[in-house]
Design a protein around this ligand. Structure first.
Ligand code: FES
Length: 293
């Protein structure tokens, strides 16, 4: 795409210390030429990359993210973290596609410590590919504000998305074939839509309508939370009272609950997304039921 000026892509790379980082180092020492578009963060294992890292990179102006790990079955840890990275990348690509971003902006590669030339070749391909795609959002024809809304909506859901990934999208067989088979299956698309896509749609539309806590009686909310301050055992009770009082649970109310009760957001999301009693979208005080309900 033509952007009217020379576009230099910003790429953030997460490289595993033992293989890909050493491979990149070897490429440098061997003086193999590749574009200097990537800034590198060194991790002990590619399995340490979190969806929050990827979407934070996009939210803060990176045009692409690269993850480099040891070849499958060569991970230096018994956990085989590179399989976790593989599942994560499949899921994040799906999320990107869902919000209108080109999934090619996220790339995962396996590079061993002795493969300096392979690292340089990958960079020689990836840099120009992202240059051709153009800046994040603009390249896809997404307006800056819409992109911000969408990335915020994904970011807010990340604790829940991680939970879904570990509980519902886990592949028991640690082989590349098994991962590819599952993450390209209709079953995965269905689960993604049901468990994540629908929530994302609601989050995006709620944010677009700028539905905030303005309609919330903040004093009552504070009273409920303060009553149980510091008592993490009261979490379900607090959430029930808040739901009853407000008819739904806005994000900033949940953040306040976490802060006052000292519980992680992932625990709160686990509860509110499991029980039908709770709603994460605005509701009126009355509910209309259809005849067959
Ligand atoms: S140590 Fe390199 S991917 Fe796990």
């Amino acid at each position: 795409m033509a952007v009217g000026y020379e576009f230099e892509p910003k790429i953030l790379g997460f490289l595993c210390n033992w293989c890909c980082y050493a491979g990149a180092d070897l490429a440098g020492v061997s003086r193999f030429q590749y574009p200097p578009d990537m800034r590198v963060i060194r991790l002990m294992c590619s399995g340490r990359v979190d969806p929050a890292h990827i979407f934070r990179a996009f939210s803060t102006g990176q045009d692409a993210v690269f993850i480099g790990g040891c070849h499958l079955n060569d991970c230096h840890y018994v956990t085989h973290g590179n399989y976790d990275a593989l599942g994560l990348v499949y899921l994040c690509k799906k999320l990107m596609e869902y919000i209108g971003l080109n999934p090619k902006r996220l790339r995962l590669e396996w590079v061993s410590a002795g493969e300096g030339i392979r690292f340089a070749n990958i960079m020689n391909e990836f840099g120009p590919e992202i240059e051709k795609l153009g800046p994040l959002g603009k390249g896809e024809g997404i307006d800056e504000h819409e992109l911000k809304f969408k990335l915020e909506a994904v970011t807010k859901l990340i604790p829940y998305i991680k939970l879904v990934l570990s509980e519902r999208l886990r592949v028991s067989n640690r082989t590349e074939e098994a991962y590819t088979k599952f993450f390209t299956s209709e079953e995965f698309s269905r689960l993604f839509k049901e468990l994540i896509g629908d929530k994302l749609d609601l989050n995006v539309s709620a944010r677009n309508q700028t539905v905030r806590t303005a309609a919330v009686d903040k004093d009552k909310i504070e009273r409920i939370i303060n009553k149980h301050q510091g008592k993490s055992k009261s979490l379900v009770q607090v959430l029930l009272e808040l739901q009853h009082e407000n008819q739904w649970l806005p994000q900033d109310v949940l953040d306040r609950v976490c802060e006052k009760l000292g519980v992680p957001l992932s625990r709160v999301m686990q509860i509110v997304t499991f029980h039908n009693t709770f709603s994460l979208i605005p509701k009126g005080h009355n509910e209309v039921l259809k005849n067959n309900e």
